[in-house]
Ligand binder design. Structure first.
Ligand SMILES: *Cc1c(COP(=O)(O)O)cnc(C)c1O
Length: 240
């Protein structure tokens, strides 16, 4: 049996404490920071443990793996909606299933994908929340737009009726130095501010800056993150 402080519930409490402490240090309200539990590679039973502990938002990277869990866990026992975020690379032949099954797409980085998602979003559901993924550290192997391309894509996504543009997402280069972590998040924050200013007149309501994972959530909160994506610190190490 797992020791008590290694249960999903205990780990969620520990993550909640880290968020509270970092928010307090930054003079921010911790309730303004949403927590997405990244459940990739973990089975539905582990998600059920998190649901039982009150967690409602989950992030998945692989469509087929996610669909099995979404079908099984559409609602909690008390009938509440479970919120699903897609955070992995998007293949254009998978957009219909993404548009039909997720509440958020955090990894949008191409207009053609945005157009397909908008057209394929079922009219009976609210528009799909989307974030533009930014390659903030300029790594050649990473997905995402260059920061300089963000405004143009945002302007093209805004009028699409099936989508609701909410903001930006980034996975900075993994570094352990907290000052370097903060520098990348600070660049995201200024890009986000810039976009908000530029699109203010276009009826945009950008309210989400998704940044911060298990090893850098404190730095992300200090620089203004409004949404964390946390896997390892909640579910434990992933076996490849
Ligand atoms: C896996 C993943 C995470 C979670 O990372 P941890 O370090 O396990 O917290 C967050 N965001 C994205 C896009 C991921 O792929």
């Amino acid at each position: 049996m797992a020791s008590l402080d290694a249960t999903t519930q205990a780990r969620l409490l520990q993550v909640g404490d880290r968020i509270d402490r970092a928010a307090t240090a930054a003079g921010r309200d911790p309730r303004a920071i949403a927590l997405v539990a990244v459940s990739k590679t973990f089975g539905a039973e582990r998600i059920e443990e998190a649901l039982a502990a009150g967690q409602r938002r989950f992030g998945e990277n692989y469509l087929q793996e996610a669909l099995a869990k979404i079908r099984r866990l559409a609602r909690t026992e008390d009938g509440r909606h479970v919120e699903w975020h897609f955070i992995g690379p998007i293949q254009s032949n998978k957009t219909r299933e993404l548009a039909q099954n997720f509440d958020w797409i955090q990894s949008l980085d191409r207009l053609a994908i945005a157009q397909r998602l908008s057209a394929q979003r079922p009219p009976s559901t609210p528009p799909l929340n989307v974030l533009l993924q930014i390659n903030i550290s300029g790594e050649p192997t990473k997905h995402g737009l260059a920061p300089a391309q963000a405004l143009e894509l945002a302007r093209q996504v805004l009028p699409l009726p099936g989508l609701r543009l909410r903001g930006l997402m980034a996975i900075p280069e993994a570094v352990t130095d907290p000052f370097k972590q903060r520098a990348a998040f600070a660049r995201m924050r200024s890009l986000f501010d810039e976009l908000q200013r530029a699109l203010d007149q276009s009826g945009a309501d950008l309210d989400t800056l998704s940044m911060g994972m298990s090893d850098d959530l404190e730095a992300a909160i200090l620089e203004g993150s409004t949404m964390l994506r946390i896997g390892t610190a909640i579910f434990g190490a992933r076996t490849p």
